[in-house]
Write a protein of this length. Sequence first.
Length: 349
Amino acid sequence: MPDQGTTRRARRRTSAARQWLWIGSAAVVVVAVVAAVALWLPEQRGTDTRHVVERRTPAQVFPGGLARQPASDNQPGRFASSARADGDATTAARLSEIADQPIATWLTNPSRQETRATIRRVVANAAAQHATPVFVLYAVPDRDCGNYSKGGTEPSEYVPWVRSAVQAMAGSHAVVLVEPDAIAQIHVCKRLQDTRLPLLRKAVDALTGHGLTVYLDGGNENRVPTATMASWLRKAGIDKTQGFFTNVSNFYRVDQERTYADHLADAIGGDPHFVIDVSRNGQGWRGTWCNPSGAGLGQDPHVAAGSTRLDALLWVKTPGLSDGTCNGGPAAGQWWESYALALVANRKD
């Protein structure tokens, strides 16, 4: 039978073993926690050091307000003049309701020389008005995923085309809307998902640092899940821009688009601003994006007061240009006078 001393020594050894087992288990937990923190900290540092440009006020973005197009680039104005010359004063007056508004100038021609010529003409005209020109870049490769507005530059030519356009815009304080549908369309055109966002990021880089204000494609409500669109915009370089645009060539009402845009801005983070196309949304959504019947002109384009993230309501799409060969329309981008007159007749009061 063991004596009491032996029993006490055995108990001490058992207690010590248990203590070392506890210490070892605790050490494993500490190591696991340290490893997790080590993995987490770089991600947090990346979040904390995310560089976002300071977003400017609408008055700073659009000094002097919105410029009207020169007569040579104002398609509604040319057709209004033609109607007036033919003695059709009524048609001329109705088309002038479109032509007299500031409308964005679309740059769609892959020719660098012709694109620069258009830019210089519009910039000089805006300078004479002491106002801000708005351009739309619309020449991305595989434009419209081969649909009604198919075309664009060759993949190797796109960034050089953008750089060439920037040379003509530099110092003009122009507003540049980069490629309507280019991001939102990824949702239904999967072949774009690997190449489109890096390409747009290169375009943003080319546009940065030249006194221009840039907005990226934010789609519109009911098109792409907000979290997905926010992620795509971050990958496309929105942190280097003023923000994004919504509703281009579409028909959703301002209140709906503002709600969507605010939710999208929150999801992006960094307080991006936005502009909304109101050229044809006077009667709201009409069941289709392509030449819907009953559509009407929206509010007159104007710069916002600056109390929210909304910078301006713009006429981006030229009212009277077809969306494509749907609902009786001519080819995309072609003048359709009967549709233009219907937009005027149905305009928002």
